[in-house]
Design a protein around this ligand. Structure first.
Ligand SMILES: *[C@@H]1O[C@H](CO)[C@@H](O)[C@H](O)[C@H]1NC(C)=O
Length: 386
């Protein structure tokens, strides 16, 4: 009797079942992803990638062991010390932390013996800091706006909107010899907790501005910036460098001379996203690169749909952080000199040089990183670790 072979039908259905399950296991997530993509209203824009020069910058000297060789200052007392400003008279570093405190760090030859003092709490999120005159500190507070903290610790709001648009993420600040304050609002749409969304959306909500303490006037100097960030006045008082994070470049705005009022590139095609920039008084600007290079970032910059996929991932499962964060030294004309970084670092925001040491801030670490540059210099011929 031919039908009595019991094994055959069972085999068949097993195979069918297996391949159906296999197909479904493929189709369901793909369909779900397509539906999510279609339904999601997040609408990223193309970035002006034609402005990229296409040439990666050449950095002659590198030290890829910034974290490995560094000492830690103020461990546990400095939560996300973002920007650093040194007062040589008091021998202290001012830094703004994620808990709202502006702290003063009396640096010591031994990192472990550095003393941290809670100075003033802004009630917001202090980012950029710069000394004004002798004892006042000007603060770019992400939440509150541009503020002054007087030497005796009193808080004063200087400005929090321009041209009728409120600041959402006041970020970088510096001051000229004459006392004019230059600063940025990174985004008029996204706040400090939403910076990734600003990047993913890819529209320019940033502004570079000035504030005159005498007239109390806020002036917008450059608009439509892709996350306007760190600010540094040139030592000759001719121009101001400012970072445009998501375009991986720094621009300069001329305050004086025949180019007065014009803007040009200072450095572009950086090996990461620039954050703070500080001048060291010795011919170098130090630019913090919050995230290092990654293929994903390059692709995301060029294709809005990739950013939309990343936005959906961010919502449901999160996206990985990039590595190789660090601080890049460039000369007075923006030519790269040395890069100090580490594959284990992410969200390093900037660095200042005090004598032998490079002190680095970050958004994530509960301390300041300090590297003896004489002991651990950047050397030639190092290739990027990944
Ligand atoms: C930095 O390192 C150099 C070389 O090892 C050393 O001579 C110097 O004392 C160090 N500087 C500080 C401040 O520790």
């Amino acid at each position: 009797m031919p039908e009595t072979s019991p094994t055959r039908p069972t085999q068949w259905s097993k195979t069918t079942l297996c391949s159906t399950t296999f197909l479904l296991s493929l189709l369901v997530p793909v369909l779900a992803a397509v539906i999510l993509y279609q339904l999601d209203s997040f609408d990223p824009a193309p970035l002006p990638t034609h402005e990229f020069s296409g040439q990666p910058v050449f950095i002659p000297l590198q030290n890829p062991c910034l974290l490995e060789y560094a000492e830690r200052v103020g461990v546990g007392e400095l939560l996300g010390p973002e920007d650093l400003a040194y007062d040589p008279k008091l021998g202290v570093i001012y830094t703004g932390c994620s808990d709202g405190w502006i702290k003063r760090v009396a640096v010591n030859e031994s990192a472990a013996d550095s003393v941290v003092e809670n100075w003033v709490n802004t009630g917001g999120r202090p980012l950029g800091l710069v000394l004004e005159h002798d004892n006042d500190v000007i603060v770019a507070d992400a939440v509150k706006g541009l503020m002054r903290v007087t030497g005796d610790g009193k808080l004063e709001l200087l400005t929090n909107k321009a041209e009728g648009v409120e600041f959402r993420l006041t970020d970088g600040v510096d001051i000229t010899d004459e006392g004019i304050i230059y600063f940025t609002d990174a985004s008029s749409k996204y706040d400090i907790k939403e910076t990734r969304w600003d990047m993913l959306e890819g529209r320019p909500y940033g502004r570079f501005m000035s504030y005159d303490p005498l007239t109390k006037e806020t002036q917008v100097l450059v608009r439509d910036l892709y996350f306007a960030n760190g600010v540094a006045v040139s030592p000759d008082q001719q121009f101001v460098v400012f970072c445009e994070t998501f375009m991986r470049r720094c621009k300069r705005y001329y305050m004086q001379g025949e180019k007065r009022g014009s803007v040009e590139n200072f450095i572009d095609n950086l090996p990461g996203t620039p954050d703070n920039v500080r001048y060291d008084g010795e011919g170098h600007y130090w630019i913090g690169l919050a995230s290092g290079t990654s293929v994903v970032f390059y692709v995301a910059q060029r294709y809005p749909f990739v950013r939309k996929v990343m936005a959906i991932m961010e919502k449901y499962i999160g996206t990985p952080r990039t590595k190789n964060s660090g601080v890049l030294a460039v000369d007075l004309e923006g030519k790269p000199l040395a890069y100090y970084y580490d594959p284990a670092l992410t969200l390093i925001t900037g660095g200042i040089k005090i004598a032998d040491h490079l002190y680095c801030g970050s958004l994530l670490k509960p301390y300041i990183i300090r590297l003896n540059l004489t002991h651990h210099p950047a050397i030639s011929g190092t290739t990027m670790k990944s």
